[in-house]
Design a protein around this ligand. Structure first.
Ligand code: PLP
Length: 380
């Protein structure tokens, strides 16, 4: 099995499993218990918080554990309203549904007013439109650091300047960026920043939210007051230890992504040479080193995914196929891709564990698969 779907989720690193195990079997105390077992669990939890803080160049007390990226984003989007009378939220047109659908729900409930900033054909944010839309009524600007489908890296520092100039706060969804490129909350100008463990070799079920010191969010629920009252509920210590270990490893292995970029580029070169109708989506340079989003014009992405799966290669398609009706994906629509290209979109996403042999084999098989599939006529 060759796994090239690392933007969907990643394999948990062996060191992460090893670090977590004692917190299930021996150090299973409640981290808020006064006895030795509780104190040792507390130490593990706080060490993990420090490791996450290091990855983001944040302070220890600015990191809050959550269950996932979706929850981190929701805590901000639902929780900021208690601090301000401002009601406008500005988002990009390529945000993950955990931002997009959440703000739309809040708008339906008349809690916020949403303004959307578009992207160009290379997936880059329209900063001029951002300047027009962000105003004194804006509470939050929500922008992802790296787009999950295309890997395009956004100019978040410029967005921060625009937001802060109007007194708005910036939520950075860094779920796809964490562990793949360096993240510094100070340089980015982030007020809030979301990450998710399962995207960088920690388990599913644990994420974190950075909250700049001095900022406050209303909790989504109340209870024992854990995580400084933001997220009541006994912390999943073993999962947090897994996240902390994965964060430490991610920091140590960031330089591996130069090799990953070379593999990704070689893969794209081979596929484009063999398939003249293939085109890479997203900005050439400002892109995550592990992500390759390719449109095979005249083919259906979901059919390519199935054929690659039969050949033992895991990837994902950008277009949604519901009961036989194919729809271009929201991100390709936002980038104004022609339908015939958008429907043929496939995402290949590598990890630091991906080998040259795997990539060579995947490139050969992909070329064979797309050449064997019959062309379809798609009306725009
Ligand atoms: N934000 C981005 C950019 C993502 O890619 C994802 C997951 O794919 C999420 C948020 C949601 O993360 P989680 O699955 O941890 O809830």
């Amino acid at each position: 099995m060759i796994y090239l779907d690392n933007n969907a989720t990643t394999r948990v690193a062996d060191e992460v499993v090893d670090a977590m195990r004692p917190y299930y079997t021996e150090i299973f105390g409640n981290p808020h218990s006064a006895h030795t077992l509780g104190r040792r669990a507390h130490e593990g939890l706080e060490r993990a918080r420090g490791e996450v803080a290091n990855l983001l160049n944040a302070a220890h007390d600015e990191i809050f554990f959550t269950s996932c990226g979706t929850e981190s984003n929701a805590l901000v989007l639902r929780g900021f309203g208690s601090n301000t009378s401002r009601r406008k939220v500005v988002v990009s047109s390529v945000e993950h549904p955990s931002v997009n659908l959440m703000v739309r729900q809040l708008a339906d409930q008349r809690e916020v007013e949403v303004a959307t900033v578009g992207v160009d054909g290379a997936g880059r944010l329209d900063l001029d439109q951002m300047r027009e839309l962000v105003d004194e009524s804006t509470a939050i600007v929500a922008v992802m650091l790296a787009q999950n489908e295309t890997g395009v890296i956004h100019d978040v520092a410029s967005v921060a300047e625009i937001a802060h100039a109007k007194g708005a706060h910036l939520l950075v969804d860094a779920v796809q960026a964490a562990g793949k490129i360096p993240i510094d909350v100070g340089t980015l100008g982030a007020d809030f920043l979301s990450i998710s463990g399962h995207k960088f070799h920690a388990p599913k079920g644990i994420g974190a939210l950075f909250i700049r010191r001095g900022l406050k969010l209303a909790p989504m629920w109340r209870g024992g007051g854990q995580e400084s009252g933001l997220r009541s509920g006994t912390e999943p210590v073993a999962l947090a230890v897994g996240l902390g270990t994965a964060a430490r490893l991610a920091g140590a292995h960031l330089s591996d992504f130069a090799r990953v970029r070379e593999l990704r580029d070689a893969f794209e070169d081979q596929v484009k040479r063999a398939t003249p109708t293939a085109s890479v989506n997203g900005h050439g340079v400002k892109r995550l080193p592990n992500t390759s989003n390719i449109s095979f014009e005249g083919l259906y992405g979901d059919e390519i995914v199935l054929k690659l799966d039969e050949a033992g290669i895991c990837v994902s398609a950008g277009a949604a196929c519901h009961s036989g009706n194919r729809e271009p994906g929201a991100v390709m629509k936002a980038m104004h891709k022609p339908v015939a290209q958008a429907l043929g979109t496939v995402r290949f996403s590598l990890s630091r564990f991906t080998t040259k042999e795997e990539i060579d084999h995947a490139a050969n098989v992909t070329c064979d698969v797309v050449q064997a599939l019959p062309n379809v006529r798609v009306s725009s």
